[in-house]
Design a protein around this ligand. Structure first.
Ligand code: TXA
Ligand code: MG
Length: 308
């Protein structure tokens, strides 16, 4: 249910959960100070208690207040990528950040989103805790219809008219000597190398990954396969507008194969469309280069198609 900005402020202040736009995907937001609302997020999403939440801020002051490990590199990263789709996992200021937000970890995931509505909300109500606005395991929401599909038509949502990036923020985890990737997202890992002097990669250390990445994720109900040659006539294929596919197949176009940003924008809507159309089996064209934002596309497609 579409609500106004003022209603969103009122609901957040009174400890309720509201769906909110960030520049990446919609979030399920609660005031950082409302313990009840933060717990309600876990319940609404059916999210494991072991999966911590991202805290959204709109000033560098809050970065210093909520974390204890900001150094020169963190500052340079923040100046380069904030506001924007970068989440940093830093040491939490335990006395300021509740254990429910952190899922009892000593760290905090923090980001400064660029969406003007989200920034204005944070200025009104303070930091906002928000995971993506989807049921746990399902594709994130990029439209009001997605939110209503997951949480019902009456669920309060602040809608935006601007086009979202369609995929979540990139997560970098601060380790002792380097940053490692926690999650691929809207910023390509290579984009960090001018600042870090290296391209961050996933850590080889066991467990050094975002807890959320260990769960089944981004999956529609349909069984997804990558072996396009097995597609039969009238099977559905997720593909690219600059390529041709088997005659008779229905193709859902993710965009042109040379525009990874556009593919990401369409990705979750297309995965959700499979469920809306009742598709039981679909094929995905995964023939893309393993560089830049294509890595995010491929990772999400692989997760969506992993065996259930
Ligand atoms: O673009 C985004 O990041 C969106 C918008 C709404 O901000 N949010 C989002 O939140 O994708 P969520 O909850 O769907 O994913 C957050 C990820 C999870 O995989 C979680 O495990 C990880 O961040 N995370 C949160 N706190 C962490 C921490 N302290 N250490 C490691 N990973 C953490
Ligand atoms: Mg999520």
């Amino acid at each position: 249910m579409k609500i106004s900005f003022d209603t969103a402020v009122k609901l957040l202040r009174s400890g309720q959960v509201v769906a909110l736009p960030t520049e990446t995907v919609y979030g399920l937001g609660a005031s950082f100070t409302s313990q009840d609302a933060v717990s309600e997020i876990y319940r609404l999403k059916n999210r494991p208690q072991t999966n911590p939440l991202i805290v959204h801020i709109a000033s560098f002051d809050d970065l210093y207040k909520l974390t204890t490990s900001v150094d020169e590199t963190v500052e340079t990263l923040c100046k380069a990528f904030w506001p924007g789709p970068l989440t940093l996992v830093l040491q939490a200021n335990i006395s300021e950040v509740s254990s429910t937000v952190r899922a009892n970890l000593p760290s905090i995931a923090i980001r400064f989103p660029s969406h003007p509505l989200m920034q204005e909300l944070i200025r009104e109500v303070g930091p906002i805790v928000a995971p993506s606005a989807n049921l746990s395991g399902k594709p994130s929401s990029t439209t009001l219809a997605h939110i209503e599909n997951d949480f019902g038509n009456d669920f309060p949502a602040l809608e935006t008219t601007s086009l979202l990036r369609g995929v979540e923020s990139t997560i970098l985890i601060q380790e002792k000597d380097a940053f490692v990737l926690g999650r691929l997202g809207a910023i390509a890992p290579e984009a960090f190398s001018p600042i870090l002097g290296y391209t961050p990669a996933f850590s080889k250390k066991e467990g050094a990954i975002c807890p959320g990445s260990m769960h089944k994720h981004y999956s529609p109900n349909a069984i997804l396969e990558s072996a396009l040659e097995k597609a039969l006539d009238h099977d559905t294929i997720l593909g690219y507008s600059d390529r041709t596919y088997k005659n008779g197949s229905r193709v859902i176009y993710l965009g042109s194969s040379d525009q990874p940003e556009r593919i990401l924008q369409n990705l979750y809507s297309s995965l959700r469309k499979l469920d809306l159309d009742g598709v039981e089996r679909a094929f995905i064209d995964m023939d893309l280069p393993k560089v830049g934002l294509y890595q995010t596309v491929l990772e999400r497609l692989e997760r969506a198609s992993s065996k259930k």
